[in-house]
Design a protein around this ligand. Structure first.
Ligand code: R1P
Ligand code: URA
Length: 289
């Protein structure tokens, strides 16, 4: 039995941070960073049956062309993704009455699709592009606490990148759902996404502060790992994908991160209309679900 201090339920039976009941979870979950983006997604729904808000976690549940969907905001960063993935999983795979994990034959695998903004690292991934993350590379510390299993390629990329960036720790490298990428990303760019524990220094941005490594950005942009699958390079930056992919792998959920490219760090451009790029990502993804 999981103690009350670990599986924390509110007085109304909802889970601690997300404030949701198991009934609010559809088999397909769309996640967004910005709480305001939840309504940008759900305004395309035919009907909405539930709207809830707690902290940065805004949730709408409704139907899009007959399919029940849950759309949920996560806020920013992999520390929030630790909360979101553990609580979504608990909502479907833990019996709240008995406080026990459901047996393997009763467990559900959710489809979790991130619709987020991102900055490109490469000149050929332009502002306005939509990109699906094949691998994610976590520069954050979340996976210091969970036993992630990495493939040979992932371990080698992590080692090479640690060396190239001169980091005191190894990044973690994890692949997203091939199944979802085949279903939802046939028309998109595909690339490897760096997940950073911050928007400024960890993404090589300098306002008033210098970085420890003046050539950090160049090292990321020029990073290559030769493998039998081809050249592994880093396409874009954001702040959640690696946490999603790693916890998705450990918990048995299919996860795909789709990125609306709003900045290009190779050319110095930022999108004139980020809302339009995100809207294109939302509309084309809903149509494929
Ligand atoms: C930073 O501006 C935020 O934008 C990106 C990053 O991952 C980070 O959360 O995603 P969202 O647009 O989904 O928030
Ligand atoms: N989100 C990020 O995390 N980085 C960017 O450059 C743009 C959006």
């Amino acid at each position: 039995m999981i103690p009350e201090s670990e599986l924390i339920l509110n007085a109304d039976g909802t889970i601690y941070h997300l404030n949701l009941l198991p009934d609010h979870i559809s088999d397909t979950i769309l996640t967004v960073g910005d709480p305001a983006r939840v309504a940008q997604v759900s305004r395309h729904f035919d009907s909405i049956e539930f709207e809830g808000t707690h902290r940065e976690f805004v949730t709408h549940v409704g139907y899009y062309r007959g399919k029940r969907l849950t759309v949920l905001s996560t806020g920013m960063g992999t520390d929030n993704i630790d909360i979101v993935m553990n609580e979504l999983d608990a909502l479907v795979n833990i019996d709240f009455m008995s406080r026990t994990v459901r047996p393997p034959e009763e467990r559900l695998s959710l489809r979790i699709i991130r619709l987020g903004t991102s900055g490109s690292l490469q000149p050929d991934v332009p502002v306005g592009a939509l990109l699906a993350s094949q691998h994610a590379i976590g520069l954050d510390s979340l996976m210091q606490f969970y036993p992630l299993v990495e493939t040979g390629l992932e371990t080698q990329v992590a080692r090479d990148l640690q060396q190239s960036l001169g980091l005191p720790f190894a990044p973690y490298v994890v692949r997203g759902s091939d199944l979802l990428r085949e279903q939802l990303a046939a028309d998109l760019l595909v690339g490897n996404t760096v997940t950073c524990p911050g928007f400024y220094g960890p993404q090589g941005r300098r306002l008033r502060l210098d970085l420890r490594s003046p050539d950090y950005m160049e090292r990321l942009q020029n990073f290559r790992h030769q493998s039998p699958e081809g050249d592994f390079r880093l396409a874009n930056f954001e702040m959640e994908t690696a946490g999603y992919y790693a916890l998705g792998q450990l918990l048995g959920h299919e996860v795909l991160s789709l990125n609306a490219i709003v900045a290009n760090r190779a050319t110095g451009e930022f999108a004139k209309d980020t809302g339009e790029i995100v809207e294109r990502l939302i509309v084309r993804t809903l149509a494929l679900l």
